[in-house]
Design a protein around this ligand. Structure first.
Ligand SMILES: [Fe+2]
Ligand SMILES: [Fe+2]
Length: 260
């Protein structure tokens, strides 16, 4: 039997402290009849309290945007080659990551919905609904900033669905350990990107909007992490090994997607 080893990832309690400082957008989205995202999911309505609503349909009709708000969602800034490289990597990786997250929850939901565990099915569905908002916003951002999407869409979709379904077949705790590992890496990654954007970018309204969206999504991911821990992720069989393998795979996928 494997001995449980201390976690090397950032602890959930540390994340919780960060998340609580920002989190004000926990309401699940409802869905607009406005087509589907690149992850084949419905496009959700935007929550007017959240930055991401700038890219999402509005339930009560679109409000009038200021000129600055229009520029923030329609223009891409003049950048140096180095800045452009950073922006492209951020948007390409995040869109691919959100695509993967959607397919992980899709795989988990498929397994749990086929069984009798309605409670876990509901928990997974609620987290998946959050990912639908994320991918819908990044689909818009990738177009606005003329960023080439990853060439690995089909690979990431298949691998993410397999990871979600595979861990769900191992049981609820393993599925939650998968969520905990993935969301820990994604939370760290969003924090890194926020540092890069704050460091050296021109004064164009699309950049502070992107920062707000990365912050919003980072906090959403940390709520998913909290949900996983609250649902016994750390009691999964071979928890330490499972976490390390999944987190390592996520980091490898991020590096690969930056280039391909
Ligand atoms: Fe996400
Ligand atoms: Fe998430």
């Amino acid at each position: 039997m494997l001995a449980r080893t201390p976690r090397t990832l950032v602890t959930p309690s540390a994340w919780r402290i960060i998340a609580r400082a920002h989190s004000s957008h926990a309401a699940p989205p409802s869905f607009a009849p406005s087509g589907v995202t690149s992850a084949d999911t419905e496009i959700p309505y935007g929550d007017p309290a959240c930055a991401s609503s700038a890219y999402l349909p509005q339930k009560d009709g679109a409000r009038t945007q200021t000129e600055e708000e229009k520029r923030a969602v329609s223009e891409t800034p003049e950048l140096t080659p180095e800045q452009r490289d950073v922006l492209e990597k951020i948007i390409r990786v995040d869109q691919a990551g959100e695509l993967g997250a959607n397919y992980i929850y899709y795989g988990q939901k498929a397994v749990f919905a086929a069984g009798s565990d309605k409670r876990t099915t509901g928990i997974v569905q609620a987290m998946w609904d959050g990912e639908k908002k994320h991918i819908a916003a990044f689909d818009k951002l990738i177009t606005q900033h003329n960023v080439r999407p990853t060439a690995l869409y089909p690979v990431w979709k298949a691998m993410a669905f397999g990871l979600g379904a595979g861990t769900a077949l191992m049981g609820k705790r393993a599925a939650m350990a998968c969520t905990e590992a993935v969301e820990t890496v994604i939370g760290e990654h969003y924090n890194e990107q926020l540092k890069q954007l704050k460091a050296d970018f021109p004064d164009h309204p699309s950049i502070p909007l992107l920062e707000k969206i990365l912050t919003e999504f980072r906090d959403d991911e940390l709520e998913h992490l909290d949900t996983a821990v609250a649902n016994e992720s750390q009691q999964a069989p071979a928890y330490a090994l499972l976490s390390a393998v999944i987190a390592g795979g996520c980091r490898w996928a991020i590096k690969t997607t930056e280039k391909i």
